[in-house]
Design a protein around this ligand. Structure first.
Ligand code: ADP
Ligand code: ZN
Length: 748
């Protein structure tokens, strides 16, 4: 007998099936992880079995060494690996590792065992021993132990030992009598277990508008075929309630649900709502969990102990059986696309899995991605609109402030007069405000007044940002973390006059502190949150009204629901507008719409103050009006005109090297190779336009130089094969790395 395997750590050129023979007594099956000898000195490597067969045409055939993990991948998971390999151009090993929780391929699994006391007799017998009647145990300590174990069957040894009046001798005595066992039991590390304790099973009561939306979604769900609904609801319309009712509906059928949310929306508040509702049948998955916690969640899911998985991007791979629905909340979020191998989009993986399970894919957003809305327009997805806010809450009034006008009046502070007045009013009414600025640090740049050069990072081709600290401030690179004290003189010309330009969250914090000493301000950005815990705690503090103002980067923009917030200020709306990525407009619109939508979610009408240097800008105006449809019309016309997604696919080919001359060599070779391959007979002449190579928008990052080609084409079997063969050609290059990203987040 033979088997066909994919190596888990194969480089590109070796990413194909290999045959091995099966020694006497070894019977691996499809989906097992095995150890096989490979290459130099027959070093043992891990591989996945794809097929077991009776014949092999391979010449030199070696035997499988051993089985490491039987049945690690079921049929769906194997299909998913092959899907990822084909569609994201990664290796089989990259796909397999991505599907499993981190550390799952280590030789020894991360399982935590706890010493436990386990009841060995039936609860009825135990009741008799623990009771007050005839046949009871004489020792009060022993009876106490039984009273604890009867309802739960087993308990942590240390907890039993800590019961009042119980000693180790009591436990030992029960063990000697054969009433309990003391042994090691697997412990599930679930940091969310405590949430499940308080239960909330109230029926979701929907408004009429919400119910209409719900019924459309339910109808699709009942079609028993892979379907996709795009729930387009304005901010505050109650999308979460509809999703919740759909989850109830799906669980009632004995099916399971995956719900994806963006990292920053996965707060204890959100998780708490779902854990209270679905109890211990929920698993929460995100990158801040420890390896052990991730693996325990994975084991619970595999054992069928979980019906609802809530998590960030990678939760889309959760090995649930009988999936009835996959929800992607805030579906436009760019974090659903991975930019590391496998460079997958969670939406594509979800669609694939829904196909396998004949399940419903439910996308929800106030500002859907252009790709999704376009699909909905053409009837590929079913559009489910929700146009009113819950409880009659009105959309916030938006006021646009022209910052050029402020400058003319001599106000150089990042807080305009308008915003200052409104903040004062909020403070008098004892309400709360959120201020948004997409730039952390104190100043955005430091430049030399003599030569005009900005201080740049020695490892990256980007300007350094000035941050204040206790020692008088430092320069920091936001890309690689490089940091240095502020120099006395300009490194280029020696000039001693340095100008500190622009403003970041730190500077705004300082300004607000001097304008409103009586208000408590909380600054939330990558510098102050640090860990997920710190971030969660700050949001909780703000909700509990322990602060009046919340100032921050996009962390404050999304999905949070603060009823006391009646004012939202955007310190500078222009920051992402003029980046020349084709998605810049979409990002700006979506971010502004989300931020503005934070205001006035309760009965009070909210106000949004938008400060900008370009008050006539159409995108800003439409975001203020929360007018997605008009934004979509304008933007989709531009995309069509310029042939950008969704009208074609855009693929970047990025060459990276520490050695600039090797990079230039590769940059000459790449377009020639591309041309050659397109001329080959097996290439099915798909139209394909290539631009470049040119220096990437960020040419140098962390000592590595990057050149890039951009290709516009239609992704197909044939174009993917072409890119795959380019990757294979470059995989032997020691100095230059080629990476291919399809419809990337960033094409600069
Ligand atoms: P969205 O996600 O669409 O912006 P949310 O789901 O956060 O909106 O809802 C906004 C607010 O309205 C929340 O506080 C939510 O609890 C409340 N809400 C929405 N629908 C209902 C409902 N049917 N019953 C009770 N409260 C609701
Ligand atoms: Zn740097």
């Amino acid at each position: 007998m033979f088997c066909e395997v994919y190596l888990l750590d194969a480089p590109y050129a070796l990413d194909r099936p290999f045959d091995y023979s099966l020694p006497e007594g070894l019977h691996p099956g499809r989906g097992d992880i095995v150890r096989v000898p490979f290459g130099f000195q027959d070093r043992l490597r891990q591989a996945v079995v794809l097929a077991v067969k009776e014949e092999s045409r391979a010449e030199k055939i070696k035997p499988v060494h051993s089985i490491l993990r039987p049945a690690q991948f079921d049929e769906e998971m194997l299909g998913l690996c092959l899907f990822l390999r084909e569609h994201t151009l990664c290796t089989f090993g990259d796909a397999a590792r991505c599907i499993l929780p981190p550390g799952a391929l280590r030789e020894k699994l991360n399982i935590s065992y706890r010493r436990s006391c386990i009841l060995k007799i039936s609860p009825d017998e135990a009741e008799l021993l623990a009771g007050e009647g005839k046949g009871r145990l004489r020792s009060e300590g022993q009876r106490e132990i039984l009273r604890m174990l009867i309802p739960i069957g087993s308990a942590d040894y240390d907890l039993v030992r800590a019961l009042p009046g119980v000693t180790a001798a009591h436990i030992a005595a029960l063990k000697n009598k054969g009433v309990i066992d003391v042994g090691y039991a697997e412990q599930v590390r679930n940091p969310y277990a405590a949430y499940a304790a308080e239960r909330d099973r109230t029926e979701v009561a929907l408004t009429r508008a919400q119910n209409t939306a719900y019924e459309t979604i339910e109808r699709l769900y009942l079609e028993d075929a892979a379907r996709c609904a795009l729930l387009h609801g304005i901010t505050g319309s109650g999308k979460t309630k509809i999703i919740m009712k759909m989850i109830d509906r799906t669980l009632a059928d004995g099916k399971t649900v995956i719900m994806l949310v963006p990292e920053i929306a996965l707060t204890p508040q959100t998780v708490g709502i779902f854990c209270r509702r679905y109890g211990e049948r929920v698993a929460v998955i995100h990158s801040a969990l420890s390896e052990g916690e991730r693996q325990d969640a994975d084991r619970r899911i595999r054992r069928g102990e979980v019906d609802v998985v809530i998590g960030t991007r990678s939760a889309v791979f959760a090995p649930l059986a009988k999936i009835g629905m996959i929800v992607i909340d805030e579906e436009h979020e760019h974090t659903y696309k991975s930019d590391q191998d496998p460079k997958y989009h969670a939406r594509d993986v979800a669609a694939y899995r829904c196909g396998v399970h004949r399940a419903l894919l439910l996308l929800a957003s106030a500002t859907p991605s252009l790709e999704s809305y376009y699909k909905a327009e053409r009837g590929v997805y079913t559009l489910v609109p929700l146009k009113e806010r819950y409880g009659g809450a009105k959309l916030p009034d938006a006021v646009i402030v022209d910052l050029r006008e402020e400058l003319r009046c001599g106000n150089t502070s990042p807080i305009s007069h308008e915003l200052e007045d409104r903040l004062r009013a909020v403070s008098e009414r004892r309400e709360q405000a959120i201020l948004f600025l997409n730039r952390r640090g104190y100043n955005s740049q430091v430049t030399c007044r003599a030569c005009g050069d900005a201080l740049t990072c020695p490892r990256c081709s980007v300007a350094l940002t000035y941050h204040t600290d206790k020692e008088g401030g430092r320069m920091l690179c936001h890309y690689c973390g490089y940091t240095a004290p502020v120099p006395r003189a300009c490194p280029s010309c020696g000039g001693e006059k340095l100008a500190f330009l622009g403003f970041g969250t730190q500077k705004v914090e300082g300004e607000l502190g001097s304008l409103f000493p009586e208000l408590t301000l909380m600054r939330m950005d990558a510098d102050t949150t640090g860990t997920k815990m710190a971030y969660d705690r700050m949001l909780e503090d703000f909700r509990a009204e322990r602060a009046d103002l919340l100032l921050g980067t996009q962390m404050v923009a999304k999905g949070h629901d603060f009823p006391k917030v009646t004012l939202v200020g955007v310190i500078l709306a222009d920051t992402s507008l003029y980046v020349s990525d084709f998605r810049a407009n979409e990002r700006t619109f979506s971010l502004l719409t989300q931020v503005i939508g934070r205001a006035g979610r309760a009965s009070e009408r909210g106000v949004a103050v938008i400060q900008t240097y370009s008050p006539q800008n159409e995108i800003i105006r439409l975001a203020c009006a929360q007018d997605y449809e008009s934004f979509y019309r304008g933007e989709i016309a531009i995309r069509r005109e310029l042939a950008y997604p969704p009208f074609c696919d855009l693929v970047t080919l990025t060459l990276t090297s520490e050695d600039e001359s090797a990079l230039f060599g590769a940059a000459r070779r790449l377009p020639e190779l591309l041309k050659e391959k397109m001329a080959a007979p097996e290439y099915q002449s798909q139209p394909l336009v290539a631009f470049g190579p040119f220096e990437a928008g960020l040419y140098k990052i962390n000592e590595k130089y990057r050149m890039r080609m951009v290709v516009k084409c239609r992704l197909s079997v044939s174009t993917r094969a072409l890119f795959r063969s380019l990757l294979s050609d470059f995989s032997s290059d020691r100095k230059v790395t080629l990476s291919v990203d399809q419809n990337p987040n960033n094409s600069l």
